[in-house]
Design a protein around this ligand. Structure first.
Ligand code: ZN
Length: 331
């Protein structure tokens, strides 16, 4: 949702009343409802956006957070907590020069910093110590090819991690004016890059958990990162569960007399014996040659469907042979 303005989406002013918002939503929802626009993808997308906007703006608490933090409103609680921690940290580190190093290193370091903050707070500013809190889980979409899903792969993903504003050091103000970097919020976010492993066998809709790589906790453990997988469609293979369906061309003579053909698999070709008098559309099962079952050592199958190809550009001799065949086996 980055960059989208919920008020603009609903076509209302920022100070619109609850009633105005509800009216605007109803009008737009009627206009873009999928039942009114069957098959219109852009209307459906718009309908989803409107609903998302309404869900936030119609909720008093969420709307307040959104007004303050914009599209990072979901981090509002974390921002507020981190700000509080930040001020504690300054309390016992008056120099302030080495405060909060959010960049670089691992989230694990962050936990250390927070533990340090809490530890320091215990002796010096115990009256403001916050309860240890586990960090939020994060979700990141990842698109992979079928071959990558077959073999497993790695991705470097970028995560938006909230951090105290470096300009105002989290106070939100500079010489009593709102800080221009964070617009007074005291928090900004940085992009953190992380290399993650995607196991063999993932499918569209798979959620891969990367433990401890979510939002840092405040005294508590970090949240987890979930990779939301989508697998791109493949030109040859149709995936159904962990089975792969593929059409294979079989020349007429091979189908009639028997022979051998090559079947594609995600890791190369496999020879398949075709018995004589094989009919068009017959399906051969290549056991355990399909997609790995996620988290297990076994695999699905490949189902190869025979597509008999008839000869074209016949020579005079071939034409003669077919003519004779036709005489022997009349239709
Ligand atoms: Zn700032």
């Amino acid at each position: 949702m980055a960059g989208k303005n919920y008020y603009d989406l609903l076509g209302v002013k920022r100070d619109a009343s609850e009633r105005e918002i509800k009216q605007a939503y109803r009008r737009l929802a009627r206009k873009y409802h999928p039942d009114v626009n069957p098959g219109d993808n852009s209307a459906e997308a718009k309908f989803k956006e409107i609903n998302e906007a309404y869900e936030i703006i119609s909720d008093k608490e969420k709307r307040q957070k959104y007004d303050k933090y914009g599209d990072k409103w979901q981090y509002a609680d974390q921002f507020e907590q981190a700000k509080q921690q930040q001020s504690q940290y300054r309390d016992f580190n008056p120099g302030g020069g080495a405060s909060y190093q959010f960049t670089g290193g691992d989230f694990g370091d962050l936990d250390g910093i927070f533990a340090e903050i809490l530890g320091g707070g215990r002796t010096r500013t115990s009256h403001r110590r916050a309860q240890p809190q586990r960090g939020q889980d994060l979700e990141s979409p990842v698109e992979v090819t079928l071959e990558e899903a077959y073999q497993g792969t790695t991705r470097t993903i970028s995560l938006q991690v909230p951090e105290p504003c470096p300009t105002c050091r989290g106070s939100g103000r500079i010489q009593n004016l709102p800080c221009s970097t964070c617009r007074g919020a005291g928090m900004t976010s940085s992009i953190k890059r992380l290399e993650v492993k995607i196991p063999p066998g993932v499918d569209s809709g798979s959620r891969v958990r990367i433990a401890g790589k979510g939002q840092p906790g405040y005294g508590g453990a970090s949240g987890d990162l979930y990779l939301k997988i989508s697998v791109k469609p493949h030109a040859l293979f149709e995936r159904r569960g962990d089975n792969l369906h593929v059409d294979v061309a079989v020349p007429l003579t091979v189908a009639v007399l028997g022979g051998e053909i090559q079947v594609p698999t995600p890791k190369g070709k496999l020879a398949l014996k075709i018995p004589e008098e094989t009919q068009n559309g017959r399906v051969f099962r290549l056991a355990e040659q399909g997609m790995p079952h996620l988290g297990r050592a076994t695999r699905g199958d490949i189902l190869a469907r025979v597509n008999v190809t008839l000869p074209v550009k016949l020579s005079e001799k071939e034409r003669e042979l077919f003519r004779r065949l036709g005489e022997i086996r009349p239709a």
